[in-house]
Ligand binder design. Structure first.
Ligand SMILES: *[C@@H]1O[C@H](CO)[C@@H](O)[C@H](O)[C@H]1NC(C)=O
Length: 263
């Protein structure tokens, strides 16, 4: 393991312990969707089945998640078709990553360019429980006030736990970057690669362990759960990676993979 991966692992383990102490670390203010109604979401897990991030399928062989969810390829697996993490439902498809493509400009201190592509070793089977989600067009803007859905599982206990851990979801409005970047909020830390979503009064948000999951607006995954300060606080909405800014990078990465393979 290289030094950066090691540091990330240590950080993630610290976060896992912290989130366990903090208790309710799931989608905040949301609800349990109809089982298997959100088919594009995947759980990104350690090889010993500890959920630590979300992700979403953009094709049977490719998942998008956050760059900060990279704990090292040999420690990761992907579960599609899941609903309750603690119950075997027979709909789950477990696949291993073949390789990870972290955005080359990802910076862990600023959270800028927090996006990663995962190529799966074997494609998932699309069925009644597993599907892909559409992406926004290149550079497409999403109007302030648009209601978007974010979903996730949050952390499970590092010991495996017995807590039922079903998927949660919540809908949130897009907030203007100007407001999100203002002194009363993130004070200059919002880049053009980030978008913010949440209510003025807080109360609804993604939280630790939802990272990497999709923010879906008008049927397209416009955001990747990236970071925040606390969860569901009025002053600090959730911050998401703006997928439309990376549409070309995503297409080029996927295309060049198949291009290389055919040579
Ligand atoms: C947020 O503010 C910082 C500092 O003023 C600025 O550099 C950055 O471009 C702003 N972000 C956006 C999206 O306007």
């Amino acid at each position: 393991m290289d030094l950066l991966s090691f540091v990330l692992c240590v950080l993630l383990e610290a976060l896992a312990v912290y989130s366990q102490d903090a208790g309710e670390e799931r989608i905040v203010g949301g609800y349990a969707p109809v089982p298997h109604s959100i088919k594009y979401i995947v759980s990104v897990q350690t090889t010993n089945r500890q959920h630590f991030c979300g992700g979403f399928l953009v094709s049977p062989s490719w998942v998008i998640t956050a760059a900060h969810c990279n704990i090292g390829i040999e420690r990761m697996m992907i579960v599609a078709g899941d609903y309750s993490l603690s119950v075997y439902e027979g709909t789950e498809q477990e696949v291993f990553p073949q390789f990870l493509v972290t955005h080359p400009q990802y910076h862990y201190q600023t959270n800028n360019y927090d996006i990663m592509l995962i190529k799966l070793k074997t494609p998932v089977v699309l069925n009644n429980y597993v599907s892909i989600v559409l992406l926004p067009r290149d550079d497409a803007a999403i109007p302030v006030g648009t209601m978007c859905r974010v979903s996730g599982w949050g952390y499970t206990s590092p010991t495996g736990g017995s807590i039922p851990s079903s998927l949660r979801t919540v809908t949130l409005p897009i907030i203007s970057s100007a407001k999100c970047n203002s002194t009363g909020s993130f004070n200059g830390r919002i880049t053009e690669n980030m978008l913010c979503a949440g209510f003025d009064l807080g109360g609804k948000d993604a939280c630790q362990g939802d990272s990497g999951g999709p923010l879906v607006c008008d049927g397209r995954a416009y955001g990747v759960v990236s970071w925040g300060i606390g969860c569901a606080e009025a002053q600090f909405p959730g911050v998401y990676t703006t997928v439309s800014k990376f549409r070309r990078w995503i297409d080029n990465t996927i295309f060049s993979y198949y291009n290389c393979k055919s040579i």
